[in-house]
Design a protein around this ligand. Structure first.
Ligand code: KIV
Ligand code: ZN
Length: 534
């Protein structure tokens, strides 16, 4: 591997998933892992297997499905390394190994804090005890796995001399990558660069190691710090798509990759990422976590290549380079209009979906195609973004226990907003209920609640237009909580935003039911005539 190659370690499925409310289902994690592998990331941190049996199972599935052989379309000939996080304990390390051992290239990533503040208040360990534990646990991890990464947590606030000591000890114990986390996003770029340079210069054995950056964005400096670390000699960067992660998030994958790509004249560093897929993967992560991408987000925001002012537009017409340092097509930001209409065939539809990274087959393809036909009837032009929304609905991991068959809403400036829903239950029977609410969405949710009867708290509700124009497909994301468990999200799309809202809510309830293994209680009364809830 060239000395200027930067390994992209994506931790969207681990640090990213730690963002409040960003939890993903196992099916969503697998879909994200496949997309990351196709994008060309070198390492996928698939999760924290000791966190829960579900997390372990998700990591095992990713190791098996994505880590054994390269997925179709991956730029590299080898599958990515699949990595599992572990605290410095035997139990965590054994569980991480259980998670990743099915991959062709498994990695255990173990961490222990090194800053005095963490030692005194969190770990209650002395410095010699930290050195001893890190050494013992890296040795143990190496007895299981040939590839072991060690992270001194809160390295950014640790005494550099103590860091050199801990890192020298774990190198001797067999660590293969040293990751240097700025866990709380505290350092300034010159400090972080100096920290990496100091580690390489003063830690015995570090010159032969891969040194990695891991920067949080609490002061908005994650990207600047990551670049400073790479310029000082780090050759792995830990990043997340859209910068999701704990608190203010992590350095963002797409920003780093495009900075290295666009400024290779200055930085001279390369990655193995296929930049054309960046926008698509960004949308997938946004949808899977229900974290919207701000319009002004660099690289993947809706306005990243939009030019509003007359002077800029004039420049763009004369030469795009006047105001664009990257070409939108290089990050996959072009919006292709599909010139397929209601007379178009299923083959062309399925081919375009596959090109967009959403290969559908069988029943899912048939249902998506039927939805496409309905959409083509209602909408003048169908864009790629519409297709992605349709395909994602079909590939949604929410099991179809309850299905929305019909929805009628009456609302306006006078009268009570009223919604009537007809749902098909898991037993195949149809249930009709009407409810009034403070608005059409509230009335719809009340009617659904009266039938499905799963107690949840609605934490978040967001509507987005998938494309521009009055006939745009509306995409609704909801986040609900059931029984104090982690929030669950659901999404749905339709040209009618009340229908999209109902689909999203029902998807979240179906996921709750599937997760809790609950058999839905039979509704008190069923079918026509409608019951009305006020
Ligand atoms: O920010 C951090 O310190 C981490 C470690 C577990 C690597 O995420
Ligand atoms: Zn982190």
């Amino acid at each position: 591997m060239s000395a200027n190659y930067v390994r992209i370690f994506d931790t969207s499925l681990r640090d990213g998933e730690q963002a409040p409310g960003a939890s993903m289902t196992s099916a969503e994690k697998l879909e994200v892992a496949r997309a990351l592998a196709r994008l060309g990331v070198d390492v996928i941190e698939a999760g924290f297997p000791a966190a829960s049996p579900d997390d372990l199972a998700a990591v095992q599935t990713i190791a098996r499905e994505v880590g054994q052989a390269p997925v179709e379309g991956r730029p590299q000939a080898e599958p990515p390394i699949v990595c599992g996080l572990a605290r410095c304990t035997r139990g965590d390390i054994e569980t991480a190994w259980e998670g990743v051992k099915g991959a062709k290239h498994p990695r255990i990533h173990t961490f222990l804090a090194t800053s005095d503040i963490h030692l005194q208040h969190k770990l209650r360990l002395s410095r010699p005890e930290v050195v001893a534990r890190a050494t013992e646990m890296v040795t143990f991890a190496r007895s299981l796995c040939a590839d072991v990464e060690f992270s001194p947590e809160d390295a950014g606030r640790s005494d550099p001399e103590f860091l050199y000591e801990v890192l020298a000890a774990v190198i001797k114990a067999g660590a293969t990558t040293l990751n240097i986390p700025d866990t709380v996003g505290y350092t300034m770029p010159d400090e972080y660069g100096a920290l990496i340079a100091g580690i390489i210069a003063h830690t015995p054995g570090a010159k032969d190691m891969i040194i990695s950056t891991h920067c949080h964005d609490d002061l908005g400096l994650a990207m600047a710090n990551t670049l400073a670390g790479l310029r000082a000699g780090a050759r792995q960067a830990e990043v997340t798509v859209n910068g999701i992660g704990e608190r203010a998030g992590n350095a963002s994958l797409e920003e780093l990759v495009m900075a290295l790509h666009t400024r290779r004249d200055k930085l001279g560093l390369t990655t193995g990422i296929d930049t054309h897929q960046l926008c698509r993967v960004s949308k997938l992560i946004s949808r899977s976590t229900s974290y919207p991408v701000p319009p002004n987000k660099a690289i993947v925001g809706a306005n990243a290549f939009a030019h509003e002012s007359g002077i800029h537009q004039d420049g763009m017409i004369k030469n795009a380079q006047t105001y664009e340092i990257m070409r939108p097509e290089d990050v996959g930001a072009t919006q292709t209009t599909l010139v397929l209409g209601k007379h178009s065939g299923r083959n062309a539809f399925s081919k375009r979906l596959a090109e967009l990274g959403y290969p559908l087959e069988g029943e899912a393809l048939a249902k998506a195609f039927a939805e496409f036909k309905k959409l083509a009837d209602r909408k003048k032009s169908v864009h790629d973004a519409d297709l992605v929304a349709l395909a994602s609905d079909e590939r949604s991991s929410a099991p179809e226990l309850w299905v929305l068959e019909d929805l009628q809403v009456a609302c306006g400036t006078t009268g009570l907003p009223t919604a009537t829903v007809r749902l098909r239950g898991p037993d195949g029977r149809k249930h009709v209920h009407a409810a009034v609410g403070s608005g059409p969405v509230d009335a719809t949710y009340k009617a659904i609640n009266a039938v499905v009867r799963v107690p949840v708290t609605l934490l978040e509700f967001a509507i987005n237009a998938v494309t521009e124009g009055i006939d745009a497909l509306g995409e609704v994301s909801v986040r609900v909580r059931h029984d104090d468990a982690r929030p669950i999200h659901g999404h749905g799309s339709d040209t009618d935003i009340i229908v999209a809202s109902a689909k999203a809510y029902l998807a979240s309830l179906n996921t709750v039911l599937a997760r809790t293994g609950q058999t839905p209680p039979a509704p008190a009364e069923k079918t026509v005539p409608a019951n009305v809830t006020a």
